[in-house]
Design a protein around this ligand. Structure first.
Ligand code: CMP
Length: 138
């Protein structure tokens, strides 16, 4: 069954001009793009999005980075979309990311790791609705 997930092309990949290449990879891998926009999050919006990580030592760095420059937010549809998108992204730490994954190719560090993806279907629903209104999804 087709399901939805949420993705971000993070500021490092947008700054490096890699968002076109990443979107092409998404399309080539059979995802149906149901929503997509370029946004520039405020610090507060980034803190709200990453609230589950509020107690982590890297929270300040993470939210500064995510609100520092524009990023591309995505609603992606595919069979088993959460896992399929995580598989295409690769491991959080690019040093551990498998050959052929987006993070292997485009990420530079664990903090600046090119892409984000939801970790469960429940979180996908929450994350999609954090950034997209119903009218913005096709
Ligand atoms: P993401 O999937 O966007 O969800 C949380 C993010 O925190 C994660 O990707 C990483 O980019 C970031 N992160 C995880 N661990 C660290 C770390 N040790 N230092 C900096 N950022 C981290």
């Amino acid at each position: 069954m087709s399901t939805l997930t949420f993705g971000i092309i993070k500021p490092d990949a947008v700054r490096a001009g890699k968002y076109g290449a990443i979107i092409q990879r998404i399309v080539d891998n059979g995802f149906n793009i149901r929503g997509m926009k370029l946004i520039h999050m405020s610090k507060k919006e980034a803190e709200g999005f990453y609230a589950v990580h509020a107690e982590r030592p890297f929270f300040g760095e993470l939210t500064e980075f995510m609100s520092g420059e524009p990023c591309v937010v995505l609603c992606l549809e595919k069979e088993n979309a959460v896992k399929a998108w995580r598989d295409l992204m690769g491991a959080t730490n690019p040093a551990e990311a498998a050959e052929g994954t987006l993070r292997k190719e485009f990420a530079t560090s664990i903090g600046e790791n090119a892409v984000h993806g939801s970790d469960s279907e429940e979180n996908a629903v929450i994350e999609i609705s954090y950034f997209f209104s119903k009218l913005e999804l096709v």
